[in-house]
Design a protein around this ligand. Structure first.
Ligand SMILES: [Ca+2]
Ligand SMILES: [Ca+2]
Ligand SMILES: [Ca+2]
Length: 240
C-alpha cells in the first residue's frame, strides 16, 4: 500500500512537471523567437552620406541615406570644410574658392548610429588648360613616324609615312588635364586621355600635301584650351 502511494505520488509529480517543462521550453522558444524578431527589427546601421559638387555652379549638395531594418531615418548630417569646424548641414551651399578643397562628411540616424567620417577632395577650377604641339618638330624630316634629320633645303616639316603627333598640356594647380583632342585638316581626329605617358596620336590617314594638325586640351572641370596648330607636308599612303 505504501509502495502504491509512492508510485501514485511520483506519477502526480510527473504529471505536474510535464506542463511546467513544456511551458519552460515554450517560454525559451518564445524568447529565442522574440530575440530573433528584435534582431531583425532594429536599426543598427549608420547612414551613408554622399557629396555632389557641381563644377560649373560650385554648388555643394550633401545627401544622406539611412540603412537598418527598418531604417530609423537620418537625424542630422554634418560637414567640415578644409579641416575647419564641423557644422550641421541644412541646405546646398556655394563654395567657389578656387583651388584644392577637402570636405569631411558624416551623418547620424534617430537610433544613434554614427557614420564613420569620410573625407572627399575636389578642385575648384575656372582656368582653362594650355596645350602646345611638340611633335612633329618644325623643319624636320620624318620617315614613317621617326625623325630622320633636319631639312636642309626647306625649313618646313615633311612626314613621309605616319605622322607622330604629341602635345604638352598643362593645367597648373587646377583640376588637371583630362584629355587632348587631335584633329586634322583631312577630317581625321583622335584623342589621348592618359597623360602619364604624354599626350600622343599617330596619324596614319592617306594624305598627300599640306596637313594642318590642331590640338585642344580639356581639363577635369570641362574647360578647353586655346587650340594649338601647325601645318606639315605629308605623303602617306595610309597603309599599316
Ligand atoms: Ca540606420
Ligand atoms: Ca583648369
Ligand atoms: Ca598618352
Amino acid at each position: 500500500m505504501k509502495r502504491k502511494n509512492s508510485l501514485e505520488s511520483l506519477l502526480v509529480i510527473c504529471f505536474l512537471l510535464v506542463p511546467l517543462v513544456y511551458a519552460g521550453a515554450a517560454t525559451k522558444l518564445n524568447d529565442v523567437e522574440n530575440n530573433e524578431i528584435d534582431m531583425l527589427n532594429v536599426d543598427n546601421e549608420p547612414p551613408v552620406t554622399f557629396i555632389y559638387v557641381d563644377s560649373l555652379t560650385h554648388m555643394i549638395t550633401l545627401v544622406a541615406v539611412d540603412y537598418g531594418n527598418p531604417p530609423s531615418g537620418v537625424k542630422a548630417t554634418y560637414y567640415g570644410r578644409d579641416g575647419g569646424d564641423i557644422k550641421i548641414y541644412t541646405e546646398p551651399f556655394k563654395w567657389s574658392e578656387i583651388g584644392f578643397h577637402s570636405f569631411t562628411i558624416f551623418s547620424v540616424d534617430y537610433a544613434g548610429n554614427w557614420e564613420t567620417r569620410r573625407t572627399f577632395t575636389f578642385t575648384n577650377d575656372s582656368t582653362p588648360p594650355t596645350v602646345e604641339i611638340t611633335s612633329p618638330e618644325e623643319g624636320k624630316l620624318y620617315l614613317n613616324g621617326s625623325p630622320i634629320m633636319s631639312r636642309i633645303i626647306d625649313n618646313k616639316t615633311l612626314c613621309i609615312g605616319k605622322v607622330p603627333v604629341a602635345a604638352n598640356a598643362d593645367d597648373g594647380t587646377g583640376s588637371g588635364v583630362s584629355m587632348v583632342l587631335f584633329s586634322f585638316s583631312n577630317g581625321d581626329s583622335g584623342y589621348d586621355n592618359d597623360g602619364s605617358n604624354g599626350f600622343t596620336y599617330l596619324f596614319n590617314g592617306m594624305h598627300f600635301g599640306a596637313l594642318t594638325i590642331t590640338a585642344v586640351a580639356i581639363d577635369n572641370a570641362g574647360l578647353t584650351s586655346t587650340p594649338d596648330s601647325m601645318t606639315v607636308d605629308v605623303y602617306n599612303l595610309g597603309l599599316i
